[in-house]
Ligand binder design. Structure first.
Ligand code: NAI
Length: 256
């Protein structure tokens, strides 16, 4: 029986890059997003071309009832879950200086990027413990997509940076808590990746990349992140729980 992966925000951008890689590696797929199901039928068909099963679990991960609905759908359809990829995330609706940025933006960003992922992880962790207890050969793992913003300060989107720093600590917390069950938890930290999220700041990053911001002089792609997540999901890092995988083209290497 194939292993099953749930990817939040998996219908576009980095999430879809992850879904495609996992499908090619032979994982059955559950992918979540906000759009209603009729808009993702072509995506389901595309995933199935890799010879795996695929279901769409519509729902807002910031909401408890939606998180329960998403997991229930995975339980009803697959009855098992091996990999959770916490990818869904939002940028602030408007970038604003931390001297003036609103509480509303803070709540909006934190509720999706941190609270949503954290409590989805809690629920999945409990289900993985049940699966491991029932079957000693069960092998699960949890992969969090954070950002270089976890460690690089951008004063015009403090809420986003804080949410990603929080994901880093959540990774370590769950790595520690799930250690006794041999369920590793990892953080993947992308740099500047070409997606809808960065389309509004394309000119700015084109210029910065041209001027040497990254050592590898190009934008990152969803496939760059998907390949790393695929390697982790396959179990290639069995003694590395809690670790961070950089996917930033060398952006965060300090240079003189
Ligand atoms: P995107 O905006 O293209 O895609 C985000 C996906 O998450 C969409 O499918 C959206 O529907 C989904 N989503 C948003 N809020 C949701 C919610 N409340 N419930 C369920 N799904 C929700 O963004 P992108 O660039 O693909 O980002 C994916 C992840 O990677 C995010 O966590 C982002 O913070 C992170 N990231 C992105 C970088 C970039 O340069 N694009 C760099 C570093 C990290």
């Amino acid at each position: 029986m194939k292993r099953v992966a749930l990817v939040t925000g998996g219908s576009r951008g980095i999430g879809y890059g992850i879904v495609k890689n996992l499908a090619e590696l032979g994982f059955d797929i559950a992918f979540n997003g906000i759009r209603s199901a009729e808009f993702v039928q072509d995506i389901i068909e595309n995933i199935k071309k890799s010879g795996v099963d695929a279901i769409y679990c519509q729902g807002n991960i910031a909401l408890k009832e939606d998180r329960e609905k998403i997991l229930q759908q995975v339980k009803d359809h697959y009855k098992r879950l091996h990999i959770l990829v916490n990818n869904a995330g939002v940028a602030p609706a408007k970038r604003a200086d931390i001297l003036t940025a609103s509480e509303q933006s803070f709540d909006d960003v934190l509720s999706v990027n941190l609270k949503g992922s954290y409590f989805l992880t809690q629920a999945v962790a409990n289900w993985m413990i049940e699966q491991k207890t029932a079957d000693g050969n069960f092998s699960g793992s949890i992969i969090n997509i954070s950002s270089i913003s976890a460690i690089v300060a951008s004063v015009n989107r403090g809420d986003y940076c804080i949410s990603k720093a929080g994901i880093s600590m959540a990774t370590q917390l769950f790595a520690v808590r799930l250690g006794e069950y041999d369920i590793p938890v990892f953080e993947v930290r992308p740099g500047i990746i070409e997606t809808d999220m960065t389309s509004g700041v394309k000119e700015k990053y084109n210029r910065l990349i041209e001027n040497g911001l990254c050592i590898q002089k190009r934008w990152g792609t969803p496939d760059d992140v998907g390949k790393v997540v695929g390697a982790i999901a396959e179990g290639n890092f069995p003694y590395s729980t809690g670790q961070v995988f950089m996917v930033d083209g060398g952006l965060t290497i300090p240079r003189l």
